[in-house]
Write a protein that binds this ligand. Structure first.
Ligand SMILES: NC(=O)c1ccc[n+]([C@@H]2O[C@H](COP(=O)([O-])OP(=O)(O)OC[C@H]3O[C@@H](n4cnc5c(N)ncnc54)[C@H](O)[C@@H]3O)[C@@H](O)[C@H]2O)c1
Length: 437
């Protein structure tokens, strides 16, 4: 089928590449001319494992191309996906101006029937607004259908999530649009759930807030573990082995971040309030998430006393491993806070360094070329993102390089007993701190 995707970021680019890989003809559009130029020159603007190969393979097979022109895309595809940002406004509401702009642009060039699919994460009832907008601005009176098709990919394993989805959600009113959507997704052999548009939109916010709830739940349990001497990992294993609960998303840490959870949770709270049914449970999820980071900082302050002029190494800056994405990363917020308190930060991240250098709140950070180098002369090491690379660093060498071997592990990467034997003072989440004997 002939498809186009407006917005070639983490979602649009990966979705476009995967659609092309199963045989569709795909045009990826972006209004960032630099991004389109780079893509046309074979350069991939984001890091996502496996993406470069899939893009190159499909560009060579002439199934995938890039353009800055919405008109070219709409003219040459039966189905037009929207995958532009839906960021958070300062009041917690969703900024839908990107979606509205694209709807108007599509309307301006829509000459005959197309299916317009919203893949961006949007508040319930956005589909109705998109349809109204296209109708209002379409001079040709062309027919169209609007579909909601939320995306559930995880950065870091986006290709596999797209190629083997747990489910495809199609929110639509028209049988013809549903048939076309089913045809697009046929090669993925995944269960398809057809709903009305409002339900599809709500599924995405409900799914993300439920996952965030699991994270905040175990983080709240971790605080009780620390106060009582229990081990949060054992507790998580014990409850996670219950198939009704499941072990996923029960890893205690310093909280969720990233481009989706914080803004989607905020949006869901605001939407529920606007609809007159405040979702206070999710407000608590958000509160616990912030409190968890503050509790971690409190531990750091308690153990190091004063942060001013302390040399602190930080491992991991991206919001999770296997991505270069730093948006709303807890690691970045931790670094910013420690810098504000006068600490001298040496930081290393396997894929996030280029973007990290541009983050204003981290100005003054010394960026190193390896995890080991970051620990040179450090008085403490803070582990903020659980990259596999860190698990393979020679910890004996780390101890040798550090001035005082104190580790604050925000992601529970290491075994406390091993750390004690290596001679570290080791503080993790929801587990007893250890000191050398
Ligand atoms: N990143 C994720 O893991 C993820 C997962 C599921 C859903 N989502 C949702 O998908 C949407 C997109 O997220 P993302 O992470 O891909 O964002 P992104 O910022 O990485 O990409 C968005 C792209 O849209 C482009 N754009 C903006 N306005 C445009 C316009 N008028 N015309 C053409 N291009 C335009 C931007 O230049 C950018 O390249 C958001 O609603 C997000 O919540 C994201």
């Amino acid at each position: 089928m002939d498809l186009s995707i407006i917005g070639s970021g983490y979602v649009g680019l990966v979705t476009g590449a995967c659609f092309a890989d199963v045989g569709h003809n795909v045009i990826c559009v972006d209004n960032d001319a630099g991004k389109i130029e780079a893509l046309q020159a074979g350069k991939i603007p984001i890091y996502e494992p496996g993406l470069e190969e899939v893009i190159h393979r499909n560009v060579s097979a002439h199934r995938l191309r890039f353009t800055g022109s919405v008109e070219e895309a709409v003219d040459n595809s039966q189905i037009v996906f929207i995958a532009v940002p839906t960021p958070q406004k300062p009041n917690g509401d969703v900024d839908l101006s990107f979606i509205e702009k694209v709807a108007r642009e599509i309307a301006g060039v829509l000459k005959s029937y197309r299916v317009i699919v919203d893949k961006s994460t949007v508040p319930v009832k956005t589909g109705e607004k998109v349809a109204e907008s296209i109708k209002r601005y379409n001079r040709h009176g062309a027919k169209f259908d609007v579909v909601s098709n939320p995306e559930f990919l995880r950065e870091g394993c986006a290709i596999s999530d797209l190629m083997h989805p747990d489910r495809i959600v199609i929110g639509a009113e028209s049988e013809h649009a549903i048939d076309l959507m089913k045809k697009i997704y046929e090669p993925f052999m995944a269960p398809i759930l057809v709903t009305d548009i409002n339900s599809a939109e709500l599924i995405k916010h409900a799914a993300n807030s439920f996952l965030a709830l699991k994270i905040s739940y175990i983080n709240a349990v971790s605080a009780i573990c620390e106060a009582s001497g229990a081990d949060v990992e054992k507790v998580a294993d014990g409850i996670g082995m219950d198939r009704r609960i499941g072990r996923n998303f029960l890893d205690a840490g310093i909280g969720y971040g990233g481009s989706c959870f914080p803004k989607d949770i905020s949006a869901f709270i605001t939407i529920s309030e606007q609809l007159g049914v405040p979702f206070n449970l999710i407000k608590e999820v958000q509160r616990i998430n912030v409190a968890q980071r503050e509790r971690f900082l409190k531990t750091i302050r308690e153990k190091l006393w004063v942060l001013r002029d302390k040399k602190i190494a930080v491992w991991g800056l991206t919001f999770k491993p296997d991505t270069d994405d730093l948006r709303s990363s807890v690691a970045v917020e931790l670094v910013a806070e420690m810098l504000r308190e006068g600490a001298q930060i040496s930081a290393y991240d396997p894929k996030g360094m280029e973007k990290a250098r541009e983050v204003k709140t981290m100005a003054g950070t010394k960026f190193t070329s390896s995890a080991l180098e970051a620990t040179d002369g450090a008085e403490a090491l803070v582990i903020a993102t659980e990259w596999d690379e860190f698990a393979n660093v020679d910890l004996a060498m780390v101890k040798e390089r550090m001035t005082t071997p104190i580790v604050f592990d925000g992601r529970n990467m290491f075994n406390p007993e091993t750390m004690r034997q290596l001679g570290f003072h080791y503080h993790s989440i929801g587990r007893a701190s250890v000191v050398p004997r």
